[in-house]
Ligand binder design. Structure first.
Ligand SMILES: CC(C)(COP(=O)(O)OP(=O)(O)OC[C@H]1O[C@@H](n2cnc3c(N)ncnc32)[C@H](O)[C@@H]1OP(=O)(O)O)[C@@H](O)C(=O)NCCC(=O)NCCS
Length: 169
């Protein structure tokens, strides 16, 4: 099935919620949060849609990336969550979404990507390493959010990764 990326819409938010719910180890946020991301933050979020070629079955949301520009440094794009449905993984969908997000005219001024990844999340780390290689940009790691900050919840630390500076054309 062909995969197309596009801006999210408010009506996508229940499907985005379900995608995140089915994508451990991601933290599931409120439905309301995904409504905000699909509207107020649509310029820095992207969905991947699978459209059946015969046009009979409804299209499905197979991927989602949420992000925002850092308020104190709008040339930095913080990537919050990346999810691809389990059946669509390993086919380049996450990387395609990342690159197509960066190609948007409104994001031309982005020179750095920041994200956090838990140490056990190999797939996520590989995705961002691959992106750094593609952008020919440096890739650095530092402590992001210590495990203790997550209170009583058993939660690994979130390591902070920075990709950049880069000039993406
Ligand atoms: C992480 C995730 C988004 C990757 O999506 P994907 O569409 O399968 O990734 P891609 O196919 O675009 O792969 C991008 C790169 O990462 C590598 N990669 C992806 N999954 C991998 C895995 N499980 N093990 C090793 N490498 C992996 C690919 O080989 C590729 O590298 P390359 O460009 O050098 O060939 C997906 O596994 C997922 O949704 N996981 C659950 C949620 C999650 O952990 N999200 C990330 C935290 S924000």
């Amino acid at each position: 099935m062909p995969v197309k990326t596009r801006f999210p819409k408010l009506e996508d938010s229940p499907k985005i919620y379900e995608l995140i719910q089915n994508s451990p180890p991601l933290d599931l946020n409120s439905r309301y949060l995904y409504m905000l991301q699909a509207t107020h933050f649509r310029d820095t979020c992207i969905v991947a849609e699978l459209t059946p070629e015969n046009g009979e079955a409804p299209s499905q949301i197979a991927g989602f990336i949420s992000g925002y520009r850092l308020p104190e440094n709008p040339e930095s794009l913080f990537i919050w969550q990346v999810a691809v449905s389990s059946s669509a993984r390993g086919k380049g969908v996450a990387k395609k979404m990342m690159l197509e997000l960066l190609q948007r005219p409104a994001l031309k001024s982005i020179k750095q990507i920041m994200t956090t990844v838990t140490p056990s999340n190999t797939a996520s780390l590989k995705l961002f390493e691959s992106l750094a290689r593609h952008l020919k940009a440096s890739f650095t790691e530092e402590m992001g959010f210590e495990s203790a900050l997550f209170g009583g919840d058993a939660h690994e630390a979130e390591m902070l990764y920075k990709i950049g500076p880069f000039h993406f054309i």
